[in-house]
Ligand binder design. Structure first.
Ligand code: G4P
Length: 539
């Protein structure tokens, strides 16, 4: 195990923290499955020279490497359920790239990750434009006020017209697209990229197999026109049109979530990926003060504070422990510090802090705002918890989504009931699924509530493989849940098509309903009962 210091040596004082925070870019890539998120992640890390050849990060079929899609189930299904964190240096910039699951059923996990980033890259397939999952994830970004940079991928394959894609972004997302660069050559005949602000041209030449950096050649307008002919003329005409309507990059509206800088490229042959990294460095915001529950911003150079945004166990067969991922919000983190856990008021030792790289880990000694720390065996920590040093602070928790799928979980083997209880507890704490209970149903038959049914499969898989407690699931005929109170729970006893359960994680009382008709009839007939909507899931 090697030790890393994400910062640049031991100095002290607020100036150091501000300088270190200023060079951090912490972001996530959001996309519909298959748009090329894994390929882009690899290409970004490659350009930052973190790994020598594309393919080393995700280890997809046929490529070698460490896997950040670590669970066998994920590999079998070709989906990424759990999120990993990648960190690499790009010149003087420290890039923290947080991976998000691509599948809609895990949008609650994506939401938690988006709590921890300062920016998102919305990845589009040039042939498909905005796809259902892109729209849903974008909605999450908007609700979290996360600024979005758009990357139109796969320009090396036949696809749509660039102007048509911009139009779709504007119409469907109500987001003003502001191109940073513009493709020369239609999709499928990708020649190079024109820089909108300067008119500089970069021609690309494919490298065999796509691995390694693409060959790039910068040239002036005359040479570009000569080399690319008609394709160049057309691109410059389109650019002139965009200039006329004032589509230049506009930082204030980007940061306010009203416009999105757009870049074109192709992750697989590594075209335009370096430019995306530069755009992240130039445009993406550095960490900004996070607002606490009292709506007071905690200055970046205040003593340490961090938000737990994810808890994950069983990430790697060699390390069967549980890791809490903490986004540093303020101050300098030093391994060994004793922090305070805001939820319990208890001290929290950080001797085993780690830096994550896919499924690889290293001991982490120092970290700054924007960085992600992995805390090992942090059993007391839950997503949404705050850790701090010095003046007390508590950030708003991360809300749970409104579940739409419900099932009773039972242990198959009564001799394993202890492991079963432990597993259910842990999976609930991690936020893999919401665990609901009632006196009536008892400890051995908890109700699982999920945004998407694949969450149930993860629970069953992990109970069987990690906790050696195989379980059965029986789906319950409920479709929605509302928050109620003790009086509401009492009043709902005996009502048809409804049941009140307690969410283990936070003690919230959830009333489940067979369908929306049962709910609306109750609302009409019993207006005195408190029934509050939960946060609408993106699933
Ligand atoms: P995801 O993580 O968003 O699900 O997508 P992933 O990167 O796995 O990419 C999905 C497919 O699209 C992969 O092909 C990948 O090679 C391809 N792809 C990604 N970016 C580009 C690009 O810029 N140009 C072209 N032409 N293809 C691209 P696959 O055949 O499904 O998988 P694989 O066997 O190549 O890994």
């Amino acid at each position: 195990m090697t030790a890393v210091d994400i910062g640049s040596g031991v100095r002290s004082g607020g100036g150091e923290v501000l300088a270190e925070a200023g060079r951090r870019r912490t972001f996530a890539v959001i996309s519909h499955p298959d748009a090329g998120k894994s390929t882009l992640t690899e290409a970004l890390a490659l350009h930052a020279s973190a790994i020598s050849q594309a393919g080393a990060v995700h280890g997809k079929a046929g490529r070698r490497g460490v896997t950040s899609d670590w669970m066998a189930m994920e590999r079998d299904r070709g989906i990424s359920i759990t999120s990993a964190v990648l960190r690499f240096d790009f010149g003087d910039t420290v890039v923290n790239l947080l991976d998000t699951p691509g599948h809609a059923d895990f949008s609650e996990d994506t939401y938690r990750v988006l709590e921890a980033v300062d920016c998102a890259v919305m990845l589009l397939d040039s042939a498909k434009g905005l796809e259902p999952q892109t729209l849903k994830l974008f909605d999450v970004c908007r609700s979290r006020r996360v600024p979005v940079i758009t990357f139109v991928n796969k320009w090396d394959r036949p696809g749509r017209e660039p102007l048509e894609l911009l139009d779709e972004i504007e119409q469907r997302l109500r987001l003003r697209p502001t191109p940073v660069n513009w493709p020369v050559g239609v999709a499928g005949d990708f020649r190079g990229l024109l820089e909108c602000a300067t008119g500089d041209y970069t021609a690309f030449t494919r490298t065999p197999g796509g691995a390694g950096r693409a060959l790039e050649e910068r040239m002036d307008a005359a040479r570009a026109a000569e080399r690319e002919g008609e394709a160049y003329t057309r691109a410059t005409e389109e650019l002139a049109l965009l200039e006329e309507i004032g589509a230049g990059v506009d930082e204030p509206s980007f940061l306010a979530g009203e416009s999105s800088p757009v870049l074109f490229g192709a992750a697989l042959p590594n075209f335009g990926v370096a430019r995306l990294l530069e755009a992240l460095r130039e445009l993406a915001p550095a960490p900004r003060p996070r607002t606490d529950v009292a709506e007071t911003p905690r200055p970046i150079d205040a003593p340490f504070s961090g938000l737990v945004f994810k808890v994950q166990a069983g990430m790697n067969a060699a390390h069967r422990d549980r890791i809490a991922f903490v986004r540093v919000c303020s101050g300098r983190f030093e391994r060994g510090m004793v922090l305070t856990h805001a939820a319990s008021g208890r001290p929290f030792a950080t001797k085993y802090a780690q830096a994550m790289f896919g499924a690889e880990r290293e001991t982490l000694d120092v970290a700054y705002p924007g960085d992600v720390i992995g805390l090992v065996n942090a059993d007391a920590l839950r997503p949404g918890d705050t850790l701090y040093e010095g003046p007390a602070v508590e950030f708003p928790g991360i809300p749970s989504f409104a579940p739409e799928y419900f099932a009773v979980l039972r242990c198959k083997d009564s001799g394993k009931s202890k492991q079963f209880r432990k597993g259910v507890d842990q999976l609930g704490t991690e936020g893999v699924v919401q665990v609901l209970a009632s006196d009536l149903r008892g400890d051995q038959a908890p109700v699982l509530a999920a945004v998407g049914p694949l969450q149930f499969d993860v629970v069953r898989h992990r109970l069987e493989h990690e906790f050696r407690a195989p379980a059965t699931l029986d789906h319950l005929g409920y479709q929605l849940a509302m928050r109620t109170d003790a009086a509401g729970a009492e009043a709902l006893i005996g009502e048809r098509g409804t049941e009140v359960l307690t969410r283990r994680l936070d003690g919230a009382l959830l009333a489940l309903f067979a369908d929306k008709w049962v709910l609306s009839a109750l609302r009409r007939n019993r207006p005195e009962i408190l029934l509050e909507p939960l946060l609408a899931g993106t699933g």
